[in-house]
Write a protein that binds this ligand. Structure first.
Ligand SMILES: *Cc1c(COP(=O)(O)O)cnc(C)c1O
Length: 375
């Protein structure tokens, strides 16, 4: 059996070496390290793939979120609602821009932001909602867009974990996750579903005016060389990373399918045990691309299981062990523990198993047997 890893980028690279190396070589031969032709080609390819009017490449997913918020002209003190159970980057940029993060609980069935939580958190100061499509599963965008319309709020999708997922609306129309809100942000961190070999990110929008503004913000607020019209940042996707991404984008659907297949094999094996909650793919759409495969251990043995798996050299991880409202940086007297029952429960129950595009049946069998013999 091949060595187990949370993410196996080496085996993936072996299969795409020729295309990726050629892309990187092209950049080296052209000497176009910044803003080269491959950046523009990748941008156009991604716009086409996502069915979105504008992709604005940038340096990483955290920047993408920050720049999206800068583009919407949010002002210090404006309240931005997001989930208590997510990676810190989401809330970090809200705080960095001196906006007020308002954390709300998540739902137990999909681990995404609670609609009730959003409704209760809205005040006259609320300006935006940031749903995170956690672990690769789309949040309920129909309902979130409806709440946003009702209260005149922006929706900024944190799509770092769900690129390529399809969301089917109530009316039957399909859109790529990340292109439904006013603006979406993603990350090309190596382990993400579409990962480069360094840092990278992008912002998506169908709004021409916003796209123009964002293109200036990523480049020092310049729309014309040496004319700085707004305060910007330096956040670029470099040409080598764009080359890697251009080579990998045609494989994204195959990669997501491989993740879904692995997830279904895990869920079929583990779902028989009543002490284990397993995620499923919904029957009607393709809205879960399993950035992570996260189960819940319902009998209090999560930490013991973690130790058991580690003793067998099976990598696993806790995403996320501490709710954001309990983090020193984001503590706020407005939060009460009883407002976050689901997040608190998830932090004690979740465990993420190896998930990537190269998992084989022997590996999945070995992992699931080790779990079932223990739980
Ligand atoms: C990875 C991630 C980010 C940040 O992306 P970086 O490219 O690492 O800056 C933001 N939000 C979520 C939910 C993520 O998983």
């Amino acid at each position: 059996m091949r060595k187990l890893q949370m993410v196996d980028l080496k085996s993936q690279y072996e299969k795409i070496k020729v295309e990726v190396n050629a892309s990187i070589q092209e950049v080296l031969e052209n000497n176009t390290y910044i803003n080269g032709p491959l950046v523009h080609q990748f941008q156009a390819d991604l716009e086409k793939y996502l069915g979105v009017k504008h992709v604005i490449p940038c340096a990483n997913g955290t920047d993408a979120l920050q720049i999206a918020m800068m583009g919407l002209d949010l002002k210090p003190g404006d309240e931005v609602i997001t989930a208590d159970f997510t990676f810190a980057a989401t809330v970090e940029v809200i705080a960095l821009l001196q906006l007020t993060p308002v954390l709300v609980d998540v739902d137990l069935n999909n681990m995404n932001i609670s609609l009730d939580g959003i409704r209760k958190a809205i005040t006259p100061k609320t300006k935006a909602i940031v749903p995170v499509h956690l672990f690769g599963r789309s949040a309920n965008m129909d309902a979130i867009m409806e709440i946003a319309r009702e209260h005149n709020l922006y929706v900024i999708e944190d799509n770092a974990q769900a690129i390529g997922a399809d969301y089917t609306s109530k009316d039957g129309s399909k859109s790529k996750v990340g292109t439904i809100g006013h603006v979406g942000a993603t990350s090309f961190f190596p382990s993400k579903n579409l990962g480069c070999y360094g840092d990278g990110g992008a912002i998506f929008t169908n709004d021409d005016e916003l796209a123009h503004k964002l293109r200036g913000i990523v480049n020092h607020g310049m729309y014309e060389r040496y004319h700085h019209d707004v305060v910007g940042v330096n956040s670029r996707l470099d040409s080598i990373q764009a080359g890697v991404l251009k080579a990998k984008l045609p494989l994204l659907d195959t990669y997501n399918k491989a993740r879904q297949d692995a997830a279904m094999k895990y869920s079929t094996a583990l779902g028989v045990n009543t002490n284990i909650w397993v995620p499923t793919i919904c029957d009607t759409c393709d809205c879960h691309v399993f950035h992570q495969y996260v189960i819940r251990i319902l009998n209090g043995k999560r930490d013991a299981l973690l130790a058991h798996l580690q003793s067998k050299d099976i990598p696993c991880a806790i995403y996320y062990p501490i709710p954001l409202h309990s983090q020193k940086a984001y503590a706020d007297t407005r939060y009460k523990e009883e407002d976050f029952p689901v997040t608190l429960q998830l932090c004690k129950e979740v465990i993420a198993l190896p998930m990537h595009t190269e998992l084989d049946d022997d590996q999945i069998k070995f992992i699931t047997e080790a779990i079932l013999e223990f739980v």
